[in-house]
Write a protein that binds this ligand. Structure first.
Ligand code: ADP
Length: 356
C-alpha cells in the first residue's frame, strides 16, 4: 500500500488561518453542516462533564417539578466543548423550544428587545458569546432576566419615552469562553453557572465511538485512542479528525479505522501525536533550534516563523502553554523539558528550564 501519495492533496491546516486549521476549536462551515447530526440529544447521551451534568440534571428536574421555567444558566469554557449542545439539551429536557443567537449579532438594544418580545413561555434563549454583546443590550438584559420585563424606548432625544413590556418567563442560557469578562451584575443574574473542562482522552474515545456509530464508520478501539490523543481535549476537534481519518481509511485502506490508519492519516494532515499542528510545531522548533529554548521575545519568535505576533500569541501559544511545552515569562518565551522531549531533541544542560 502506498501511504504517501496523498500528501499533495492536503490543503488543510494553513498556519495563521485559525478557521482553516484542522485543530481549530471553532466551527468551520463543514462542522456546522454535520454537527447537528452528531449532537447528543439528552443529558444521558452527553459524554463527560459529570459534575455539570449532575448539577444541571437537578436544576432541570426541580424546575419541571415546580412546573416553572428553569433558572438562567451560564456556561463557560473553550469553544467546541459542548456549550451549544448543552443548551439544546436543556431545551429538550424542559420540553421547550429554543432560540439561538449570539452577542455579536445583538448590536443594538432594539435587536434584543425584538428577540425577547417574541419569546414564548418557557422558551430557552441561547446567547452565545454573551460577553460580546453591546452595553445597552446588556443593560436591557439585566431587567429581562430579573423581572421578565423590558423598557422599549420610543422616540429620540428629550421626547423619548420608555414603554414597559412584560415578557413571558424564559430561560436564558448564556455561553462564554471567558466568564471573567462578564460584568458582575450580569454574572450574578444567572441562577446556575457551570464551567466546562477539556475532556480526558477516555471521554473523547467515547465521543468518537458514538460519532463513528452515527456516521457508520468502523472504528477500532485503538484507532479511537489514536484520534483522541490528538484532539486537544475537544469533542469538536475529535469529530473533525474522525471525518478526515474516515476519508483516508476509505481511499487508502479498507475503510476500517485502525490505530495505524488513524496515525498515518493524521501524520499526513500534520496533526502530531499530541495534537500539535504545523504552526504549533514551527513555533516550538524555532524556539528550540534557533533560540536554544529561549528566553526569546514574542516578536522575534514570530518573525522567525514568518507569522504575525498576534497569530503566534493567540493561535499557537495557548495550546502549547496548556500542554506544558512553552512558558511565558517576563524575560520571554521559554521551552520546557517536555518540549525538547516532544521534538526528540536533547535539552542543553544549563539548568534554565522548568523554572517559572
Ligand atoms: P460549543 O458550543 O462549546 O462551541 P458545541 O456544543 O457546538 O460546542 O459542540 C461541538 C461538537 O462537539 C458538536 O458536534 C457535539 O456533537 C460535539 N460534542 C460536544 N460536547 C460533547 C459531549 N459531551 N458528548 C458528545 N459530543 C459532544
Amino acid at each position: 500500500m502506498n501511504w504517501d501519495d496523498t500528501a499533495s492533496d492536503t490543503t488543510q491546516g494553513q498556519p495563521g488561518a485559525p478557521g482553516e486549521r484542522l485543530v481549530a476549536p471553532s466551527a468551520d462551515r463543514e462542522d456546522q453542516a454535520v454537527e447537528a447530526a452528531l449532537r447528543p440529544k439528552d443529558l444521558a447521551e452527553f459524554v463527560g462533564q459529570e459534575r455539570v451534568r449532575e448539577q444541571l440534571s437537578l436544576v432541570l428536574r426541580a424546575a419541571r417539578q415546580r412546573g416553572a421555567s428553569a433558572d438562567h444558566v451560564l456556561l463557560s469554557g473553550a469553544p467546541g466543548l459542548g456549550k451549544t449542545t448543552l443548551s439544546m439539551i436543556i431545551a429538550a429536557e424542559m420540553n421547550a423550544p429554543i432560540r439561538i443567537t449570539s452577542g455579536p449579532a445583538i448590536q443594538h438594544a432594539g435587536d434584543l428587545a425584538a428577540i425577547l418580545s417574541s419569546l414564548t413561555e418557557g422558551e430557552v434563549l441561547f446567547l452565545d458569546e454573551i460577553h460580546r454583546m453591546s452595553r445597552p443590550a446588556e443593560e436591557m438584559l439585566y431587567m429581562a432576566m430579573e423581572d421578565f420585563r423590558v423598557d422599549v424606548i420610543v422616540g429620540k432625544g428629550p421626547g423619548a419615552t420608555a414603554i414597559p413590556l412584560e415578557l413571558p418567563p424564559f430561560t436564558l442560557v448564556g455561553a462564554t469562553t471567558r466568564a471573567g469578562l462578564l460584568p458582575p451584575p450580569l454574572r450574578d443574574r444567572f441562577g446556575f453557572t457551570a464551567h466546562m473542562e477539556f475532556y480526558a482522552p477516555a471521554e473523547l474515545e467515547r465521543v468518537l465511538h458514538r460519532s463513528a456509530r452515527l456516521l457508520d464508520v468502523p472504528l477500532e478501539a485503538e484507532g479511537a485512542a489514536e484520534i483522541a490523543g490528538r484532539s486537544r481535549g475537544t469533542p469538536r476537534i475529535a469529530n473533525r479528525l474522525l471525518r478526515r481519518v474516515r476519508d483516508f481509511a476509505q481511499v487508502k485502506a479498507d475503510g476500517v479505522i485502525t490505530k495505524e490508519v488513524a496515525a498515518r492519516a493524521l501524520d499526513i494532515y500534520e496533526v502530531d501525536a499530541r495534537g500539535l499542528d504545523r504552526l504549533d510545531r514551527a513555533v516550538l522548533e524555532a524556539l528550540l533550534k534557533l533560540f536554544g529554548g529561549g528566553p526569546v521575545g514574542l516578536s522575534t519568535l514570530a518573525v522567525a516563523v514568518g507569522e504575525e505576533s498576534e497569530t503566534v500569541e493567540e493561535v499557537a501559544e495557548p495550546f502549547l502553554v496548556r500542554e506544558g511545552l512553552l512558558a511565558r515569562t517576563p524575560r520571554g518565551r521559554i521551552a520546557t523539558p517536555a518540549a525538547w522531549a516532544h521534538l526528540g531533541l536533547a535539552a542543553p544542560q544549563r539548568g534554565l528550564f522548568g523554572q517559572p
